[in-house]
Design a protein around this ligand. Structure first.
Ligand SMILES: [Zn+2]
Ligand SMILES: [Zn+2]
Length: 148
């Protein structure tokens, strides 16, 4: 299959349209607004936070529509869903392998710069025939504002 989209050069709209159509999904203004917001933020928002932001642009959008749009983006590989110990789900339009740091006081989630852990993590091999399906690395601590 030839590559129809280029994540580096396409505008978010063109990229979204191409990927949605390749996955048999419809391009809608709601999905576009959700994707635009997710691409523009580094906050790793929850569905609620996306809803609050996008409602400023599309006043009649519902939380259910936002939630479905986010899940569609995840299923098409345009976003990842981050699940944390506190049960909250957050979304990230950055889909390359990267780690996150979570503030235990305010809950903010930040990207972590550092070495490519996908190369070192396979050195961790659990005993007793455990079949590794993946790794989750989470840095926990206090963010800059909470640490003072
Ligand atoms: Zn904090
Ligand atoms: Zn991230």
């Amino acid at each position: 299959m030839s590559q129809v989209t280029n994540i580096a050069t396409d505008t978010p709209e063109t990229l979204l349209r191409g990927v949605l159509e390749a996955n048999g999904q419809r391009f809608t203004e709601q999905r576009a607004a959700v994707y635009r917001f997710l691409r523009a933020t580094r906050q790793h928002p929850t569905a609620d936070e996306v809803f609050t932001a996008v409602r400023g642009e599309i006043t009649d959008i519902s939380l259910a529509t936002v939630y479905k749009a986010l899940e569609t983006l995840v299923s098409c590989g345009l976003a990842i869903k981050l699940a944390f110990g506190d049960g909250s789900a957050r979304y990230d339009a950055r889909t390359d392998d990267h780690c996150h740091a979570r503030c235990t006081a305010c809950g903010i989630v930040l990207d972590v710069a550092g070495p490519d852990l996908t190369r070192v993590l396979p050195a961790l091999s659990p005993a007793n025939g455990f079949q590794v399906q993946g790794y989750r690395v989470e840095v926990v601590g206090l963010c800059e504002s909470c640490a003072v």
